[in-house]
Ligand binder design. Structure first.
Ligand code: XMP
Length: 311
């Protein structure tokens, strides 16, 4: 791919389509939405409004860190606190698909829909890539960022047209363009993190307390495994408890699963052969530093049959 040609073409097309109107986009901090934000700002400048929606499901310090990365590049991003709305939409839900649906609905129909209306923008920039389209069309995954491919007319349903400048690229192409544009490594080399965020790593109900548990465990896992070459690593909170003993007292504690995988495209994966001392260290930190957790398990299951995430 000729990156220069790609960038010039997309910028020209965005300018052409948006014309004298305005556009809006939601930045998640992932590599796709980050590249769309940068391209959009190069094409449209002040005519593009970028928001980061804090859905309560992000990792430790993530919303502020993403906003700062873009501020350092001269791109203003508005941080929108929608934590309560997402938490109340998720309250009481335990079925994985219902949880995903609640997040999608809250995002598009409520929070983002409202922001688009308030902004008056008729165009929404979206970081859809080719793999998202293929997987959605094949019914492999109901990615929440695909609408037109599912037959949803966004103009009719939500009042805006969706522009997808990355829809011919795969992940490696996206990273190549990021490098061509000299975007910082925390964007270009950022490792995969799902749209529904920590909700994909909580089995059972997503509550503020349970999010805090998985968030603390995630921070430990990401810090401990930062130097490895693994494709992805994560912490999961199970919806079960196990008996343990702490300070000579019986306790019925929570269980965290450590998942660390080798993969090239996340379609198939195998568990990483982590060194035993590293596994012990992570286990030790999780059972001492994460309140109420008294067991930590390492998931050895390949994909398939297991998926990477737990919901
Ligand atoms: P699964 O769990 O399907 O994950 O084996 C494969 C890869 O996709 C990521 N993933 C998602 N990414 N929205 C995303 O943007 C999602 O809903 C989603 N679900 C899973 C996952 O982290 C892994 O890299």
């Amino acid at each position: 791919m000729d990156c220069r040609e790609f960038v010039e073409e997309q910028i020209a097309q965005l300018r052409d389509t948006v014309g004298s109107g305005t556009a809006i986009n939601a930045l998640s901090g992932g590599v796709d939405s980050s590249l769309v934000t940068v391209l959009g700002h190069q094409a449209l400048g002040e005519k593009l409004k970028t928001v980061f929606i804090d859905n309560a499901l992000m990792r430790e310090g993530e919303p502020q860190a993403v906003v700062k990365t873009f501020a350092d590049m001269g791109i203003g991003v508005e941080l929108v606190d929608s934590r309560e709305e997402f938490l109340s939409a998720l309250a009481g839900l335990t079925d994985p698909e219902e949880k995903r649906q609640a997040i999608t609905d809250t995002f598009y129909s409520k929070v983002f829909g409202r922001l688009v209306k308030e902004s008056g923008a008729k165009f929404l920039l979206h970081g859809t890539i080719l793999t998202d389209i293929e997987e959605t069309v094949a019914g492999i995954k109901r990615q929440h960022n695909i609408l037109s491919q599912l037959g949803i007319d966004t103009e009719e349903a939500y009042g805006y047209a969706v522009l997808e400048p990355l829809k011919t690229l795969r992940k490696d192409g996206v990273r190549e363009v990021c490098k061509f544009l000299k975007l910082p490594a925390q964007i270009a080399e950022r490792f995969p993190f799902p749209g529904p965020a920590l909700a994909t790593r909580i089995v059972g109900e997503v509550t503020r307390e349970r999010l805090a548990t998985v968030r603390t465990a995630t921070a430990i896992v990401e810090k401990e495994l930062a130097g490895t070459k693994a494709f992805q690593y994560l912490a999961v909170l199970l919806n079960d408890r196990a008996t343990g003993i702490r300070d000579n007292k019986r306790e019925f504690g929570q269980i965290i699963v450590l998942r660390c995988i080798e993969s090239t495209d996340a379609r198939t994966a195998t568990a990483t052969e982590l060194p035993w001392p590293k596994l012990h260290r992570i286990c030790q930190r999780i059972i001492t530093e994460v309140p109420d957790v008294n067991r930590c398990l390492y998931d050895l299951t390949p994909k398939p049959p297991a998926t990477v995430e737990y919901i």
